[in-house]
Write a protein that binds this ligand. Sequence first.
Ligand SMILES: C[S@@+](CC[C@H](N)C(=O)[O-])C[C@H]1O[C@@H](n2cnc3c(N)ncnc32)[C@H](O)[C@@H]1O
Length: 206
Amino acid sequence: MAIPAGGVLVDLACGAGGPGLWVASKARSRLAGVDLSVVGVAQARRRAQELRFERSAAFIAGAFSAVGLATGRADGVMSVDALQYAPDKRAALDEAARLLRPGGRLAFTAFEVHPERVADLPVLGDDPVADYEPLLETAGFAVDSCTETAGWRERLTTTYRAVLDAADTLSGEMGAQALLALGLEMSMTLEHDPYRRRVMVVAHTR
Ligand SMILES: C[S@@+](CC[C@H](N)C(=O)[O-])C[C@H]1O[C@@H](n2cnc3c(N)ncnc32)[C@H](O)[C@@H]1O
C-alpha cells in the first residue's frame, strides 16, 4: 500500500482486527482500527496485545461515516469486505478521503450488489451500490484499479453452506443469538443471490 515505515494506516470496519494488524506489521506502520461493533473492537485490542502490537495499534468504536480521527493524517486507509454494509456509501468514501493525506492510498475489498435484488432486504437494501467507481471519483479519488476478485462466488457459497450445515456445533460455540444473526445473513444471501461482484479497489486522493 506504499505506507512509509512509521506511517499511519486506518482499517475501516476492522472487525476483530486481523487483516489490519497483518498489513500494519508487514508495512511497519502504526494502525488505527475502527468498527461499529464494540465486541469487535475489544477483540481487536486483545489480539494486538497477543501479537505485542499494542503500542503501535489503537482500536476505537465508530462508523464508516464518522471516524473519530484527525483529518489528513493517514498514509493509507484499508477496508475488508464491509463497505456494502455502510448505510451511506458516499459519506463513507468522503470520510476515507478526509482521513487521508494528499496522495494517500485507499485499498478495499467490498461487494457490489444487484440493486433490484436487495430493494426489500435489510442493510444491503440501504443505499445499494452496483459500481463503486463513480462514487470514488465523486469523493475525490483517482481509481488506480478496480478488479473482480477470483473465485469469490464459489468461496462465499461453499463457506455459507458449511456454516449453516454446522449450526448445531456453532450454536454451542458462539451462542444461539449470535448464530441467529449470522445464519440469517447467510441464508438470505444464498436465497437472494444479491452480489454482482466482489471487487478489490486501489485508489488515491488527488
Ligand atoms: C465481514 S466483517 C469484516 C471485518 C474485518 N474487516 C475482517 O475482514 O476481518 C464486517 C464488519 O463491518 C462492520 N460494520 C458494519 N457496518 C458498519 C458501519 N456502518 N461502520 C463501521 N463498521 C461497520 C461490522 O461490525 C463487521 O465487523
